[in-house]
Design a protein around this ligand. Structure first.
Ligand code: URP
Ligand code: ZN
Ligand code: ZN
Length: 459
């Protein structure tokens, strides 16, 4: 059965016009005025609504063994939450630890997602050590359709790689045309500062940020860029949080380093005072890099507006209250992560487009198109065009609501964004032509999602 989306205002990264969209066999086959609907066509009336390309979250954690526990979502809960918020594709960090085998890890993550995702997905493959068999295993994973690596310069002895391993990863990536994404913080300094603060009796959540100061992130960002310069690889800084790190990254871009920059919604809207709240309220707002002083937020928003920051992701990583309390005696034991997969698009639209004059095309680009281009999904994803997958977000700009854990679909007992107003939300969301969300209710198929095969493009 075909699908016709009628009377909407189509908005992509570079165009805005009124037209109907006809979908057959999962893809957009016609765009035009007053399209006719063959008998049996499902019709969605998008009058008064925007029609955006499905949004892409390029940085999420769903299955994640981390800090003595596991992130809370299943692929089913995370993907339903994603769709409710307009995200039709996510890129999950596949994160085996240093003690695990890369290929076994990849198979495990694949199996977890294959158990059921309501939206499409792919993985960034984390390289958490570089041993004799690593290159061979990574080649196999890339041949299976994974066109991006992830490295952590933080989390020493768990996910973290040293400089030699970063170099080897980049050299392989350059040969294979794969982009390297990186968490940029200096692991040694973080470890030393953590030890010092704990020894001084500074154990509360409010000490998490001082243990990972902005300079530590700037150093990691600069070192990552320097390694890109000297290997010729392409890179992508994940969850960049502050002005000094942004300066390091933009300096690199200006000198020609093949570097792209991601920021994440928590750093745009929450600041370090959230982590300074007493007791578990502070712990709920622990992530790395940490929530920063508020003055960074304007800097990040401006960089999104100019395109200096390429993408806006979430770093979705849900741990519940009980898990956060693992760190009640020492901030170093608080599981790091804040959920956000459901709220990203509405928050970016509300606090960017509606309240901060963020250009609506830049919004689409940062939340969808740019990630599709960087990670080998464009033009299948990230735009509205004949031949593209029919991932459509029919967006109601008149909706008014408030974020609350009581109404969220993520498998967690709190929301980091509790009480924040939103002005707009998806009213209908399709995944390859199938209506998955209607009027703010999930009505679809919980296992519709497919693993997306991606080819390397960064030669
Ligand atoms: O605190 C965070 N960001 N948790 C998830 C792991 C990571 O560093 O991305
Ligand atoms: Zn990270
Ligand atoms: Zn992450």
């Amino acid at each position: 059965m075909g699908l016709l989306v009628r009377n909407g205002e189509i908005i992509t990264a570079d165009s805005r016009y009124r037209a109907d969209i006809y979908v057959a066999d999962e893809t957009i086959t016609r765009i035009g005025s007053d399209l006719d609907a063959p008998p049996g066509t499902e019709v969605v009336d998008a009058a008064g609504k925007y029609v955006f390309p499905g949004f892409i979250d390029p940085h999420v954690h769903i299955y994640l063994p981390f800090m003595a526990t596991f992130a809370k979502d299943t692929h089913e809960t995370a993907s339903v939450a994603a769709l409710m918020g307009g995200t039709t594709t996510y890129i999950e960090m596949c994160c085996p630890s240093r003690n695990d085998d890369a290929l076994e890890g990849y198979q495990l993550w694949k199996a977890k997602a294959a158990a059921g995702s309501a939206c499409d997905y792919t993985f960034h493959m984390s390289v958490t050590k570089f041993e004799e068999n690593t290159a061979g295993e990574l080649r196999e994973i890339v041949a299976d359709g994974i066109a991006s690596f992830k490295i952590f310069l933080a989390y020493k002895n768990f996910f973290g790689v040293d400089d030699a391993e970063m170099y080897q990863t980049m050299m392989l990536a350059k040969t294979l045309g794969v982009i390297v994404t990186a968490h940029c913080e200096n692991a040694e300094l973080v470890g030393r500062l953590q030890q010092k603060l704990i020894a001084e009796g500074k154990t509360g959540a409010e000490w998490h940020e001082p243990s990972r100061p902005e300079s530590v992130e700037a150093e990691g960002t600069n070192r990552f860029a320097t390694f890109l310069d000297n290997t010729g690889a392409s890179g992508y800084v994940v969850h960049l949080s502050c002005e000094p790190a942004l300066r390091a990254a933009t300096r690199a871009k200006e000198r020609g380093t093949k570097l792209s920059i991601e920021c994440v919604v928590p750093h745009l809207l929450l600041d370090k005072t959230y982590a300074e709240r007493p007791g578990v309220e502070g712990m709920k707002h622990i992530m790395s890099p940490p929530l920063r002083k508020k003055s960074n937020q304007n800097v990040l928003w401006n960089a999104i507006a100019t395109g200096a920051i390429d993408t806006v992701a979430t770093d979705h990583c849900p741990f519940d209250t009980e898990q956060k309390l693992l760190g009640r005696d020492a901030f170093t034991q608080i599981p790091n992560g804040i959920p956000g997969i459901e709220e990203r698009v509405n928050l970016l639209y509300t606090y960017g487009v509606k309240r901060c004059s963020l250009d609506i095309h830049r919004f689409v680009e940062a939340a969808s198109t740019r990630a599709a281009k960087l990670f080998g999904l464009f033009p299948r994803k990230g735009t509205i065009a004949v031949g593209s997958d029919a991932d459509l977000v029919i967006y109601d700009p008149e909706y008014r609501g408030v974020i609350s854990a009581r109404t969220q679909h993520v498998n967690n007992d709190y929301s980091g964004f509790e009480g924040m107003e939103i002005e707009g939300r998806p009213s209908v969301v399709t995944v390859r032509g199938k209506v998955q969300v209607r009027d703010g209710v999930f009505v679809g198929d919980r296992s519709r999602g497919k693993l997306l095969r991606r080819e390397p493009t960064h030669f």
